[in-house]
Design a protein around this ligand. Structure first.
Ligand code: NAP
Length: 244
């Protein structure tokens, strides 16, 4: 299981409880990661080749990609390694926010590189919630103030930004208080989806704060499930099929 998400930890827990041996893989970006139950390995595989070799050497019967919706390189490698080795691939991908009631009002951009320009057009006191990766694209805003929420410290030096080190979930009350306290006038988010970080979008709508939303990367996996429950059932079915 390629992990690094809450769903991946939940899935590992359910599968282990059902008697399935799970090995979870983490990229190793976070210093104190929340660890899933079962066996855990940490660090990259060395590209498609490395992952394909790993699947063979470890006798992996099913590859589950439960990485974050924006971990596009890893997901593409999973597809390629699955094709190369014949190890079936299941993608666990939570629904995005395209169907959010306010989605039509947001300014959607295809890539994080395009977010700073949209943000600058819409406001002057931004709240950046796109995470540590891709922050370098906001270098044009380095001399101005921004509120930036991250799990880990960012790379580089951002002297004018207020950086909050917090991990979700975040509720509407705290999001409202935060946006009001800092007089936020534009919110920047990735279409990560999921209920744990959704409150900021409702609060932004309520306060009339425009939202810049970075669209998800293209998903190449053939078999996709949207929640942990469906993933558990399909994993059990696929493993039974292959050995039934
Ligand atoms: P990425 O850009 O798609 O992947 C870059 C490289 O990191 C991969 O080619 C792979 O190295 C290694 N890698 C990524 N995920 C891995 C995993 N689960 N196990 C082993 N190696 C992994 O990935 P990313 O966006 O940096 O995300 C890294 C991790 O953080 C993922 O586990 C993801 O679920 C989690 N995460 C990402 C985000 C986000 O916004 N991107 C948010 C929350 C959590 P090799 O080519 O050497 O195999």
């Amino acid at each position: 299981m390629l992990g690094g998400t809450r769903e991946a930890r939940e899935l590992a827990e359910h599968l282990e409880a059902a008697g399935v041996r799970v090995m979870s893989s983490l990229a190793g970006r976070v210093k104190n990661p929340a660890l899933p139950v079962g066996e855990v390995r940490i660090g990259g595989f060395g590209g498609v080749e490395g992952l394909a070799t790993f699947l063979g050497v470890r006798g992996v019967r099913l590859l589950v990609d439960a990485t974050h919706p924006f971990a596009a390189v890893m997901s593409d490698h999973a597809v390629a390694a699955s094709e190369r080795t014949g190890v079936p691939l299941l993608r666990l991908l939570r629904p995005g926010w395209r169907d959010h009631p306010r989605a039509g009002k947001w300014t959607w951009v295809d890539r994080i590189e395009d977010a700073p320009e949209a943000m600058a057009r819409l406001g002057g006191r931004p709240f950046l919630t796109t995470g540590r990766q891709g922050l370098e694209h906001f270098a044009s805003w380095r001399d101005r103030w921004a509120l930036v929420r991250l799990v880990e410290s960012p790379e580089g030096d951002w002297p004018n930004w207020t950086i909050l080190h917090t991990r979700g979930p975040f509720d509407a009350g705290s999001e409202r208080a935060l946006m009001k306290e800092h007089d936020i006038d534009v919110l920047v988010s990735k279409d990560s989806g999921g209920p744990l970080t959704e409150a900021k979008l409702d609060v932004a709508g309520e306060l009339g704060i425009p939202v810049v939303m970075v669209a998800r990367p293209v998903e190449r996996a053939q078999v996709i499930v949207q929640d942990v429950r469906a993933a558990v059932l399909l994993v059990l079915e696929l493993l039974a099929d292959r050995h039934g």
